[in-house]
Design a protein around this ligand. Structure first.
Ligand code: ZN
Length: 425
């Protein structure tokens, strides 16, 4: 019955065939029929359309085992592109990936600062155009734009940014505004989840189907991938490990709760504490930074001082890392994963402290440690993973529609949203 339904639904079978080719790398028509359950006739029809649309290319023939040699198919990586944008207080990072998910261009620009959201949206659209033009990609080859930002997300009000550094963005309908100005369909995602998707698509997880990405940027969060699919929860806010409680009598957090990991040990807490220690202020040259310097850059200055041998800076980071290690242990205990990827600019800056601290905590205290280890590794693209993941979201929505129901629900009712179907020939 399923195969019958698929043969009747051209768009659905197109996505299924495309995803089979993407997953295999190189595959024959017979191979596609075997892995998808579609009939040979349907596969031939769909592949013909994909060849005509230049989305797929024939790359030669497989060794014959007696019968007729089989023609092998591959995605045409330059047929389409996706744009990813990571909006954070400290920086706006852009990535363009090809149809296979490989990054072909990246750009990091200053964060929004105190500029009005409407002005920042215009700037973002300009910077996207500039980046796309700089690598000579025609606009009609762009599938869409994935946009990530710190949570929490609200599916009713679009972007709903409430971290204290970005209060002016609260209730600003960022995704619909950006879709209108950039003239591209926009998908919205939480930064930690996008980072996890970016790791999965870029092969950083060594094909581990279930894992968590711990994200330390301005805040602390976790992205969860289960059986190759991002787990988003009811409203796209799953994985907020930074806002679970480490001390019920601890300080009040910006989220309204008390004693959150982020309030006790996140980059903002580290930076605040650093300013109360004149030795760290001097060693990290914090007094030379301007008033509008983002938390991530102040945190990176402390990490640099620690790398240069400053003991108070190292001790401050080590204290934070003990908490983050326990947060990582909580994620691992909850999900029972074999792999944790550490990503985000703050992990990248202070990896010398956080990576060993998290490894030690998991080795000593992970609940199922006698059964299996949890591998902890720093992302190879810790600073750009959310932007790459944002672009991958757009690709994933094309390839795997059955996995993207919650994504589709997040596509805002914009006149450009219909363009998301342009991949279907
Ligand atoms: Zn909190």
């Amino acid at each position: 019955m399923a195969a019958t339904a698929r043969t009747l639904n051209t768009t659905g079978s197109t996505s299924v065939v495309l995803d089979a080719i993407r997953a295999a790398g190189t595959i024959s028509r017979v191979g596609i029929a075997q892995v998808t359950g579609l009939t040979g006739a349907t596969v031939s029809t769909v592949v013909r359309k994909l060849l005509d649309a230049h989305l797929v290319i024939e790359i030669g023939r497989a060794e014959s085992t007696g019968g007729k040699p089989r023609v092998l198919l591959e995605l045409n990586p330059t047929a389409r592109y996706a744009v990813g944008v990571h909006l954070d207080h400290g920086a706006i990072t852009y990535a363009v990936t090809n149809l296979a998910g490989a990054p072909v261009a990246r750009l990091a620009r200053p964060g929004p600062g105190n500029a009005s959201p409407a002005d920042v949206v215009i700037r973002m659209a300009d910077e996207i155009n500039m980046l796309v033009e700089s690598i000579g990609i025609a606009r009609d080859k762009l599938l869409g734009l994935g946009l990530v930002s710190p949570g929490p997300l609200s599916s009713r009000a679009g972007m709903h940014l409430t971290p204290p550094f970005m209060r002016s963005w609260e209730d600003f309908p960022l995704d619909t505004q950006l879709a209108d100005v950039a003239q591209l369909p926009v998908l919205l995602e939480n930064d930690a989840t996008a980072a996890a998707i970016g790791e999965y698509w870029s092969g950083g997880t060594q094909r581990e189907e279930s894992f968590a990405a711990l994200y330390l940027g301005t805040g602390l969060g976790a992205g969860i991938v289960i059986n190759g699919t991002a787990y988003r929860g009811t409203s796209g806010n799953a994985g907020e490990i930074g806002h679970t409680c480490a001390n019920i009598d601890g300080p009040e957090c910006w989220c309204g709760a008390r004693g959150c990991f982020e309030a006790l040990a996140g980059p903002a807490a580290v930076v605040n504490e650093a300013y109360s220690d004149p030795r760290i202020v001097t060693a990290a040259a914090l007094d030379t930074l301007g008033d509008h310097t983002p938390i991530t850059q102040r945190f990176a200055a402390i990490a640099r001082a620690s790398r240069m041998g400053d003991t108070p800076s190292r001790q401050l980071l080590e204290r934070s890392a003990r908490y983050v290690g326990v947060a990582a242990q909580s994620v691992a205990n909850l999900l029972d994963v074999r792999m944790l990827v550490l990503t985000g600019s703050s992990f990248a800056a202070a990896s010398h402290i956080y990576v060993p601290a998290i490894r030690d905590t998991l080795a000593a205290s992970f609940f199922a440690r006698d059964n299996h280890a949890v591998h902890v590794q720093l992302s190879q693209s810790a600073e750009t993973a959310p932007a790459i993941g944002a672009a991958a979201l757009v690709l994933q929505a094309q390839f795997v529609p059955e996995r993207s129901t919650s994504l589709a629900a997040k596509v805002r009712s914009s006149p450009h949203v219909s363009e998301l179907s342009t991949l279907s020939p």
